[in-house]
Design a protein around this ligand. Structure first.
Ligand SMILES: [Zn+2]
Length: 320
C-alpha cells in the first residue's frame, strides 16, 4: 500500500513541469480553467466573447493555427495566459519603469505585475498591502458592464478577467505567512520546501510548487481537453448555492482559508519537506480550485454577456 501510494505520488509529480520560477498558476492552470469555462458558457456568451477578443491586437496571432471553426476558442485560451505572457514581452514595461511605446489597440503597455495577487496575513487575514487583485477584479467586471467603455477597453478587461479569476483561486496569491519579526514570505515565494518525490527538482519555493500543481505549462490541444474532462470527472466542485456571480471577495476569502488549511498546513521550520500526504491534499485542492474558477468564469460571463453584445454596438456608433 505504501509503495503504491508512493508510486501514485511520483506519477503526480511527473505531471509537474521543470519550469522556471513563476508567479502565477502556470499556463496549464489558466488554460484548464478557461477550457472548463468555455464548456459551461452559453453558446451566445462564447460568440460574444469571440467578437470581443477579435478586437484585441493579438487575435490574429492567437488564432493563426486554430482549426477551422475554433478560432474563438483558441483566442479565449490564449487570452487566459496573456497577462503572464507579457511579463516576457519587450513591447511592455514594468510598472514604475520608463513606459514603452503605446501600440494600436492596447489601452496601456504596463505589465501590471501587482494585479495578479492580494496579500493577506495567514494568521488573522489582515490585508498586508501587497498586490491589487482584490481591487482589480471588481473594476474589470465594471468595465465589461459599462456601455460607455470602448471595444478595445472591453477586450482588454475580458482577457485580464479570464486570467485573474484563475489567480484568485490560487491560495498563495492571496496569503503570506508573517514570522515573529514581522517578515512576510511573499505568498510562499521566500519559503523553500524540499520535494523529495519530484523527479528532477529536490527543492523549490512553496509558491512555485503550487503554481505547477495544475500540470505542465505546455499542456494544449487534445491533452488539454482530456485533462479538463478528467478534472470535471474527478473534482465536480460545484459553486456554492446562492453565491453571487461577481463575488470576488468571496473567492479570495475561500483561497485564504485553503492557504491556512492546506497550503501552509504542517509546514514548520526551515525548508520543510513535501511528503506524499501533503502532496495528495494539495493536488486535490488545486484541482477543485481550477474547476471552481472555470465554473465561476462561465457564470460570470454568462451574466455579463447580454450587456457585452448590446453595448459594443452602441459604443461603435457613438465613438465614430
Ligand atoms: Zn497571474
Amino acid at each position: 500500500m505504501a509503495a503504491r501510494r508512493r508510486r501514485a505520488g511520483l506519477l503526480c509529480f511527473l505531471l509537474f513541469a521543470a519550469s522556471a520560477p513563476a508567479d502565477a498558476w502556470n499556463a496549464a492552470g489558466h488554460r484548464l480553467s478557461a477550457a472548463i469555462a468555455w464548456r459551461e458558457m452559453a453558446p451566445a456568451t462564447r460568440a460574444a466573447a469571440g467578437r470581443l477578443l477579435a478586437d484585441h491586437p493579438e487575435y490574429t496571432r492567437w488564432t493563426a493555427r486554430a482549426p477551422a471553426g475554433d478560432a474563438d476558442y483558441a483566442a479565449f485560451l490564449a487570452a487566459a495566459t496573456w497577462p503572464d505572457d507579457i511579463k516576457r514581452d519587450r513591447r511592455f514595461h514594468d510598472d514604475g519603469d520608463a513606459p514603452t511605446a503605446t501600440l494600436p489597440g492596447f489601452p496601456d503597455m504596463a505589465r501590471h505585475r501587482r494585479w495578479h495577487y492580494a496579500d493577506h496575513r495567514l494568521d488573522d487575514g489582515t490585508r498586508l498591502g501587497g498586490g491589487e487583485l482584490d481591487r482589480r477584479l471588481p473594476q474589470l467586471i465594471e468595465t465589461l458592464r459599462d456601455p460607455r467603455a470602448s471595444a478595445g477597453e472591453r477586450a482588454y478587461a475580458l482577457l485580464w478577467l479570464l486570467h485573474l479569476v484563475g489567480d484568485a483561486h490560487q491560495p498563495l496569491h492571496v496569503a503570506s505567512r508573517v514570522d515573529a519579526a514581522g517578515n512576510d514570505d511573499a505568498g510562499g515565494n521566500r519559503l523553500w520546501v524540499e520535494t523529495p518525490l519530484h523527479p528532477r527538482r529536490p527543492a523549490m519555493t512553496l509558491h512555485a510548487y503550487w503554481d505547477d500543481l495544475p500540470g505542465p505549462p505546455w499542456l494544449r490541444g487534445e491533452r488539454l481537453e482530456a485533462a479538463a474532462t478528467m478534472l470535471l470527472d474527478a473534482a465536480p466542485a460545484d459553486v456554492p448555492a446562492g453565491e453571487a456571480v461577481d463575488d470576488a471577495a468571496g473567492w479570495i476569502a475561500e483561497s485564504l482559508e485553503l492557504a491556512r488549511s492546506v497550503a501552509y498546513a504542517d509546514l514548520a521550520g526551515e525548508a520543510p519537506a513535501i511528503d506524499a500526504r501533503y502532496h495528495d491534499r494539495a493536488l486535490a485542492a488545486a484541482k477543485t480550485q481550477i474547476v471552481r474558477a472555470g465554473r465561476r468564469l462561465a457564470r460570470l460571463l454568462d451574466a455579463l454577456s447580454p450587456a457585452t453584445d448590446v453595448s459594443r454596438e452602441t459604443v461603435s456608433r457613438e465613438t465614430r
